[in-house]
Design a protein around this ligand. Structure first.
Ligand code: FAD
Length: 603
């Protein structure tokens, strides 16, 4: 074909890709585009430039200009900052994909696995001003013409995923749908044909991604991450039941006139909620309404009114049982949410027909926000047979958002940038403890971030945290304060058998001590105190110890060992007392330090 028709064809294929409106459709259009234009999507470092060269009509120029501007940020060192670093991202939600984009811009090889093959969440995310600016910079308007038109500051989850998938693919990210992460596979001791680095066990098992070896793994798999090693903090508040509802938006003039209800504004409007209760019996703590692809409502309802209106059938103490499907009258729930939506919009929406959800049902759902979770730490490092693996969490896996306040995507993106910054440091060869200490310092800011207290200079935003957090102290956690659980060298230098043997000899003859293992034998703290007493009797008055005082004995040992021998505690006395037995991995780690410090001493 002639060069002119080739150009026209390329442009049309690209347009099909840009306009694709489903996840599968997008991946299909992309694969046709690559095939027809003879582009190799696996050649991640050259893909973007090859695509740009192949599709060069004026229509796409504006998109290339935007993406070039982003890619030329100094922090990426011309796509070479992380050359050779391989990353696996678990989950193709907004935060996994946003992280993928940053990592590929840094020059990493990035593979995203997503267990589903449809983007079906109608629910709508609130965007902070910086996220709008950020997404515009990635060409959001090109992919979704209605993106944040006028004063609108929200987007449906599926539109956001769709847009981010497209940007990711353009920039050379490899995306696999219908692929589920099961667990990490440690590198084998000897190099074999299948390779020698960290890999993942996935479903389906024969999938090529199971051969992918990586240096970084990112958990972006939503509320309950499947990655091991992260302790979760629970924020238990008062009972909070949220209801989301989506109604069909026919985009009529009448619908266009109805005013939205923004998240924060309404919480304080007592009069509204009193009237709602008087007129309808519906008792809410707040309500949000966004006009998007659907008419989207999210509200927090009081339990008593749900019981009174027959939505919840029986009253139970445990929320799980309370909201279990067989205790919810679906018809009553549909009416409840519709009535609240109708009242909230002053009966101005002409027809409130439910949109259809993923399961082909009217799109209404009830969620329990009584317990919210956050991971205690944002990252850790594993080491096995000389292979280090950086493990990080982003998005809901890191910090669960309370939907009615709409913090999920905004804080999720901040964490995506912070994580990319950490990967850059990792690739530059910073020491593991420095990396973890910096990441933890930055993570401490995240739960407090608001649109008001982050930098307003969006133009300057990059993955460098200093461009975003005005009061950043990136070294508030010092490397020596990093908890040893976060730098998990799976192969302790001492063989556990030898360690146990040594501990037994050291503690032999002490009253109340009988070391038979590296976990439960240490719970009451006496063995630890004995270990110290054997080295320096003057540090601990062993005979005064009380076997029952688990917290006290352990804390004493931890404090003395830290002060006198510089051995960092791995937990606290209180936690030792709270658990039925200490974590074996932690104990091995901790006792190895004693072994290293004292094995050559005469005692
Ligand atoms: P998610 O968007 O949850 O994405 C995680 C992805 O990982 C999913 O696509 C999932 O399929 C995939 N995944 C999970 N496990 C695996 C695995 N083992 N292997 C491979 N892939 C895996 N926020 C609001 O502000 N308002 C709302 O109304 C609202 N409604 C929501 C409704 C639902 C049903 C859910 C799940 C979330 C909702 N959220 C809502 C939260 C919001 O979607 C997230 O805050 C936002 O999408 C950013 O999350 P994320 O990317 O971290 O995770």
């Amino acid at each position: 074909s002639s060069p002119v028709s080739r150009t026209a064809q390329a442009s049309q294929l690209f347009e099909n890709f840009v306009q694709a409106s489903t996840c599968k459709g997008t991946l299909q259009a992309f694969s046709i585009l690559c095939r027809q234009l003879e582009l190799d999507p696996l050649d991640h470092s050259n893909f973007y430039n090859s695509l740009k060269a192949a599709v060069s009509t004026w229509k796409v120029k504006a998109l290339w200009t935007k993406l070039d501007k982003r890619a030329q940020q100094k922090v990426y060192s011309q796509n070479k900052a992380c050359q050779g670093t391989r990353c696996l991202i678990i989950g193709g939600g907004p935060c996994g994909l946003r992280t993928a984009i940053e990592l590929t811009l840094l020059g990493c090889k990035v593979v995203v696995i997503e267990k589903r093959d449809t983007f079906s969440r109608n629910n709508v995310l609130h965007l902070w001003p910086y996220t709008i600016h950020d997404l515009r910079g990635l060409g959001a308007k090109k992919f979704y013409g209605k993106f944040c038109a006028g004063s609108i500051d929200h987007i449906s989850i599926r539109q956001l995923q769709l847009m981010l998938v497209k940007v990711s693919l353009i920039l050379g990210v490899e995306i696999h749908v219908n692929v589920e992460f099961i667990k990490l596979l440690e590198p084998p001791e000897e190099q074999t044909d299948v390779g020698h680095g960290w890999r993942a066990e996935i479903r389906p098992s024969g999938h090529p991604v199971s051969d992918f070896e990586f240096d970084v793994v990112i958990g972006a798999d939503g509320r309950r991450s499947t990655l091991d090693g992260f302790r979760r903090k629970e924020f238990r508040g008062k009972l909070a039941i949220a209801i989301t509802a989506n109604f069909v938006n026919r985009n009529t003039t009448a619908e266009a006139k109805v005013e939205e209800i923004s998240g924060v504004a309404f919480i304080f409007n007592q009069k509204f909620f009193l009237e709602l209760k008087e007129d309808t019996g519906i008792d809410l703590e707040n309500i949000v309404y966004y006009k998007d692809n659907t008419h989207y409502f999210v509200m927090t309802a009081k339990k008593q009114s749900l019981l009174d209106k027959g939505v919840i059938i029986n009253d139970y103490m445990e929320t799980e049982r309370l909201l279990s499907p067989d205790n919810v009258n679906q018809e009553a729930l549909l009416s409840y949410a519709r009535e609240a939506a109708d009242f909230g919009t002053n009966y101005q929406l002409p027809s409130l027909d439910y949109a259809i959800n993923h399961y082909g049902q009217p799109d209404v759902a009830m969620f329990d926000f009584t317990c919210m979770y956050a991971s205690e730490n944002a990252a850790l490092i594993r080491e096995k047979h000389g292979h280090q693996l950086l493990v990080a969490l982003v998005g809901d896996s890191l910090l669960e958002p309370f939907w009615p306040m709409g913090t999920g995507c905004a804080r999720g993106f901040l964490a995506a940038f912070d994580t990319a910054w950490m990967v850059k440091g990792w690739a530059k060869g910073k020491s593991p403890l420095e990396i973890l200490a910096e990441r933890e310092s930055i993570y401490r800011l995240l739960p407090q971030t608001t649109p008001e207290n982050i930098s307003k200079n969006f133009e300057q935003y990059s993955i460098d945290p200093a461009t975003r957090y005005p009061n950043l102290n990136a070294s508030c956690v010092r490397p020596h304060q990093v908890s040893p659980v976060l730098f998990l060298s799976v192969e302790s230098e001492v063989h556990p058998g030898r360690l146990l043997n040594w501990c037994q000899r050291q503690t032999h003859g002490y009253q109340g001590v009988d070391v038979t293992n590296l976990a439960s034998s240490w719970r009451n703290g006496l063995a630890l105190c004995a270990l110290i007493h054997r080295q320096k009797p003057e540090l601990i008055d062993y005979d005064s110890l009380n076997e029952e005082d688990v917290a006290g004995n352990n804390q004493l040992a931890f404090d003395v060992a830290e002060r006198e021998f510089g051995i960092q505690p791995v937990t606290t006395g209180k936690e030792m007392a709270a658990d039925s037995q200490p974590d074996k991995l932690l104990m091995v780690l901790y006792l190895s330090k004693f072994y290293e410090a004292f094995r050559n001493s005469p005692a």
